[in-house]
Design a protein. Structure first.
Length: 158
């Protein structure tokens, strides 16, 4: 049972549902944002849903391509097998940041850090490359693989 608690992407999981945001983990980690994401508090959980079925389909396509193209680089399990939380987080957060970098949409160092808008990035990718399939995956996957989570602040540590 403990192994089940460590895996994601299953029906009935915290992020499952027809309107669940595909980038829920990245949005909740504040590594990504979306103008179409709606946050809901259900009990002690935060749920993120998508307000647009078309955007949901586009984001699902992006995540599927990220997983397919980064399987070897991230040492992911075979397609259909659930991902552990850390790998799902790396796939989502690293994928958004890598796509942002490939689009040349990275903020300037002087700008305040706001998470990239996933829906806007997907739209820019479609406009630039015509399809997510034609994105420069040779550039995106290595950038995705280098993503590291933020270090936790330990109280009392200097």
């Amino acid at each position: 049972m403990a192994a089940d608690a460590a895996t994601d992407d299953r029906p009935g999981d915290c992020c499952a549902g027809p309107t669940a945001c595909v980038f829920t983990k990245a949005v909740l980690a504040r590594e990504a944002g979306c103008g179409l994401a709606r946050r809901q508090a259900v009990g002690e959980r935060d749920l993120v849903t998508c307000a647009s079925p078309v955007a949901h389909t586009n984001c699902a396509t992006l995540v599927a391509l990220l997983r397919e193209r980064a399987t070897f680089a991230l040492r992911l399990p075979p397609h259909g097998a659930p991902l552990v939380h850390a790998k799902a987080l790396q796939l989502q957060c690293g994928g958004v940041r890598a796509l942002q970098r490939a689009l040349g949409d990275a903020p300037s160092p002087d700008a305040p850090t706001t998470p990239p808008d996933v829906h806007r990035l997907v739209g820019l990718a479609h406009a630039r490359w015509g399809s997510l399939m034609d994105a420069p995956w040779g550039e995106i996957v290595p950038a995705l693989a280098t993503w590291q989570p933020r270090r936790r602040h330990r109280p009392g540590a200097r």
